[in-house]
Design a protein around this ligand. Structure first.
Ligand code: GTP
Ligand code: MG
Ligand code: ZN
Length: 339
């Protein structure tokens, strides 16, 4: 019952066999839609005719839905029926809680945005990368405000060292050149999401990539000169069509990111250390004082920066502390007791 125009539209949104294979006979009267906005009491989806608000029953908890989710909808009255399984999900544990806060769903590439100024912080970038790796979403580092920085190349070199083969793009978010630089990740059917601190230029970049200006564009705000901090201008996540045929998700600026449940993601960021560790004399080497430690040897020879090793330890410890262990009765997930 889908028209050609609608089929092309769904494909541009990233509809694929992964989702089509989840359909059952009972879904034959329903249509797939993609969540564009999630608010406390309402959900909106994209359609060929623009953004449409869904009718939802009282039982629906909108916090179970993420921007980027695929849902099946009864076209008579735009009634939400059910959500399809996600291909990828960016999420984080709300501090001190068992539940996860949903970020964005079915994202192919996560643009981790920072600026060539006081916002730049390698430890924070490594956290975001662990999150992206864990969600099977490709991380790409974006360094904005290159037009204001005489030393952009220094920032670029530092960012490139944070993970093997990590793409790092230096740009001016206001310039159309930015869209060219990001074209490899913005093609037909591709979804990208932007995360980073407030004021780094996420919404500015969304406006450039989606060709938005005036009414209907994402609001942007100035930053405090002293420390480059933004004013939390964007308050909700939203999905926008890009000129290249893909889709982009804007998100509110993040204050802090505590890691949890990202052990594999951390291992990918710091793969040069975990590979060294395989050559330590002792299997349970703590890379601290043991003889025959390949990690300490790399530090001594200058191939591994001691700060990088220290940041790896901090992330591992924090992840362990925040991740439930399978130690409860009947294997229930419980938090490790704090020492
Ligand atoms: N010169 C220059 N200014 C930029 C660039 N990117 C962003 N800006 C400016 O930086 C300020 C903040 O940009 P926003 O796009 O609102 O930042 P944001 O990341 O969306 O911030 P939040 O919504 O608060 O999280 C605005 O004044 C932008 O015009 C850039 O590459 N070059
Ligand atoms: Mg914004
Ligand atoms: Zn060791």
């Amino acid at each position: 019952m889908t028209t050609d125009r609608e089929a092309t539209f769904l494909a541009s949104l990233g509809w694929s066999d992964f989702f089509a294979d989840q359909l059952e006979d009972a879904d034959s009267d329903l249509v797939p839609r993609r969540i564009a906005e999630v608010h406390r009491s309402r959900l909106s989806v994209t359609s060929v005719d623009g953004i449409v608000r869904l009718a939802i029953s009282h039982q629906v908890n909108t916090s179970d839905y993420a921007v980027g989710d695929w849902v099946m909808v009864d076209p008579d009255g735009n009634q939400l029926v059910r959500r399809l399984e996600r291909r990828t999900l960016l999420q984080r544990r709300t501090e001190g809680r068992q539940t996860h806060q949903l970020g964005a769903a079915n994202v192919d590439t996560l643009l981790i945005v920072t600026s060539c100024n006081a916002d730049f912080n390698v430890a924070r970038l490594e956290r975001y990368m662990a999150l992206a790796n864990q969600a099977d979403t490709q991380p790409v580092i974006i360094l904005t405000k290159a037009d204001l920085a005489p030393d952009a190349a220094d920032y670029e070199a530092q960012a490139k060292a944070l993970q093997r083969d990590l793409p790092v793009i230096v740009l001016n978010a206001k310039s159309d050149d930015a869209a060219h630089a990001l074209a490899p990740w913005c093609g037909f059917g591709q979804t990208i999401a932007l995360i980073g601190s407030s004021g780094v230029g996420k919404s500015t970049l969304v406006n450039t990539l989606a060709g938005l200006s005036g009414e209907g564009s994402q609001e942007t705000g100035g930053i405090r000169e002293r420390d480059a901090k933004g004013r939390h201008t964007t308050t909700a996540r939203s999905l926008h069509a890009m000129s290249g045929g893909g889709w982009v998700i804007d998100t509110p600026g993040m204050r802090t990111l505590q890691v949890s449940d990202v052990a594999e993601g951390i291992e990918t960021v710091f793969s040069e250390i975990t590979e060294l560790a395989e050559h330590c004399r002792f299997r349970d080497c703590t890379h601290d004082h043991e003889p025959g430690c390949a990690v300490q040897a790399a530090v001594k020879s200058g191939t591994l920066a001691p700060e990088r090793l220290a940041r790896w330890r901090v992330l591992l410890d924090e992840n362990k502390k925040n991740t439930p262990q399978l130690t409860g009765p009947k294997g229930n997930k419980v938090f490790q007791k704090k020492r």
